[in-house]
Write a protein that binds this ligand. Structure first.
Ligand SMILES: Cc1cc2nc3c(=O)[nH]c(=O)nc-3n(C[C@H](O)[C@H](O)[C@H](O)COP(=O)(O)OP(=O)(O)OC[C@H]3O[C@@H](n4cnc5c(N)ncnc54)[C@H](O)[C@@H]3O)c2cc1C
Length: 441
């Protein structure tokens, strides 16, 4: 069995691991007595960053535009996550990653919502730039090396693969979460961290589609809604998120569903059923909607209710493009829930009809939440408990010389480039801190 010895070993070459290597390399150039440190990055796949390739639907939403504090506030609604990530986000900012990409020829643009993408809209360009940056470091890069076990004995870490053994003075774990396991994020690092003494918050689905029972009707599959509010109710508890929504074969997806899945993941699935509803007009109060129906009935008494609902979809359209809230094909389904005959003229609507109609528009029942496919989430929530990691260094508070970064940690960001930024920032800080730790020994 081949044995080799290093000062820093990074396990997992996703964005967190790649930036841990870049952060360490940067630190060796500025921290006294660290120039000769031997750093190794080990990845089980044949290439780094498989998740970057599939990110943002193949376009890669690299990061989010704006001040660091805004990124933390908008990207991490759980304040303890935002607080934990704060030092890392200031240490390596969204501007820093864009400057790095720019240095390697990747220009970027941002959408009106602040999401930043490569101008080419190709995630491969982003990954290639990161790979080029890594090639310029002193770090030794090794692929197709799956770490199968980690031990700590007398101040040294021993890492085992099928064929080799690696020994290191410090260890950075950056093995990711457990969603999309086919990309390599299979949760190995969680087992290693546990073995080394850490407590793990059980992973739950986040930013995933929501599977429903019953599944959407065939005629609804593929329909999308704009700026609606999706609401989950379990007994007294309700959680809701606003955004676009898409009906799929098994349930719902799109930004509103993905964001809400993180909140649903925190509910107790065994407590009682979780019902899912849509509010098509979250910005309009029931009274205002009722007044508008009455107003339209005075203006066009013979207009059929079906036509009014088509008009409503445009009247209440939000956003710059003002696309209709729901497609026309959904009108029949809304009317079916309201139990109103589609051809009924407005002047024949009773108070009770209006009440039922408003219910169908503001509390359109989708069905029961059947499951959240954890493995299909953009991220997984849960991971190494944040109170066991020093946010200023990413060092373990349990074991000296151990560092943890990226999605392996128990934080979960929103959609919008925040999760990749968290991986770069925590990775960079972990790499830099490991170098400082060794230089001070
Ligand atoms: C479909 C999809 C789309 C997404 N789109 C976006 C987006 O546009 N913007 C955004 O901000 N976020 C996006 N995300 C989330 C983002 O990709 C992740 O949060 C991020 O990749 C996490 O980085 P990481 O380095 O911590 O972990 P990962 O990217 O999961 O990397 C972990 C690495 O560790 C390696 N590894 C694991 N175990 C071992 C082992 N035993 N030995 C050796 N190597 C090992 C894995 O092979 C993998 O390469 C998306 C995620 C998915 C699934």
């Amino acid at each position: 069995m081949k044995k080799s010895v290093f000062d820093i070993i990074i396990v997992g070459g996703g964005p967190a691991g790649m930036f841990a290597a870049l952060g360490a390399d940067h630190a060796t150039k500025i921290v006294p007595n660290s120039r000769k440190l031997k750093v190794k990055l080990l990845e089980q796949n044949a290439r780094f960053g498989k998740k970057i390739l599939i990110s943002g639907g193949g376009k890669c939403n690299i990061t989010h535009r704006g001040e660091v504090q805004d990124l933390l506030t908008k990207g991490f609604l759980n304040q303890s996550h935002a607080r934990f990530l704060r030092p890392a986000f200031y240490e390596f900012t969204n501007q820093d990653v864009l400057s790095l990409l720019n240095k390697f020829g990747v220009s970027t643009y941002h959408r009106t919502d602040g999401c930043v993408f490569p101008t080419s809209n190709r995630s491969n360009d982003v990954l290639q730039a990161f790979e080029q940056a890594l090639q310029e470091t002193q770090c030794s890069l090794e692929f197709s090396q799956k770490i199968t076990g980690v031990k700590h004995y007398e101040g040294l870490f021993t890492l085992q693969t099928q064929t080799d053994q690696f020994i290191s003075r410090t260890l950075i774990l950056s093995t990711g979460g457990i969603s999309y396991p086919q990309t390599g994020s299979t949760g190995d690092g969680l087992k290693f961290a546990k073995h080394l003494g850490h407590n793990i918050q059980t992973p739950t689905a986040a930013l995933s589609s929501i599977f429903l029972s019953p599944v959407p009707k065939q005629a609804q599959v593929g329909l999308s809604c704009r700026y609606v509010s999706l609401l989950a109710q379990q007994g007294e508890k309700t959680v809701s998120r606003t955004g676009d929504l898409l009906f799929s074969h098994k349930g719902v997806t799109g930004p509103a569903a993905l964001s809400l899945s993180t909140d649903i993941g925190l509910l107790d699935p065994y407590a009682s059923v979780i019902e899912l509803y849509v509010d098509f007009f979250p910005a309009i109060h029931r009274e205002a909607l009722d007044a508008e129906i009455c107003h339209q009935a005075l203006k066009s008494p013979h207009l059929q209710i079906k036509s009014l609902l088509k008009t409503f979809s445009y009247i209440y359209a939000q956003g710059q493009t003002r696309e209709p809230v729901y497609p026309q094909r959904l009108v029949d389904h809304i009317l079916k829930q309201s139990k109103i005959e589609p051809k009924k003229p407005l002047n024949q609507l009773t108070k009770s009809d209006r009440h039922q109609l408003i219910n169908a528009l503001k509390l359109f029942r989708l069905g029961k939440v059947k499951s959240l496919p954890l493995e299909q989430g953009e991220i997984s929530a849960g991971g190494v408990r944040l109170n066991e990691v020093n946010p200023k260094t990413m060092a373990s508070r349990i074991l000296n010389g151990l560092y943890l970064c990226g999605e392996l940690l128990d934080y979960a960001g929103e959609i919008g480039g925040y999760n990749l930024q968290a991986a770069y920032s925590t990775g960079w800080l972990a790499g830099k801190s490991a170098v400082k730790f060794l230089s001070e020994k």
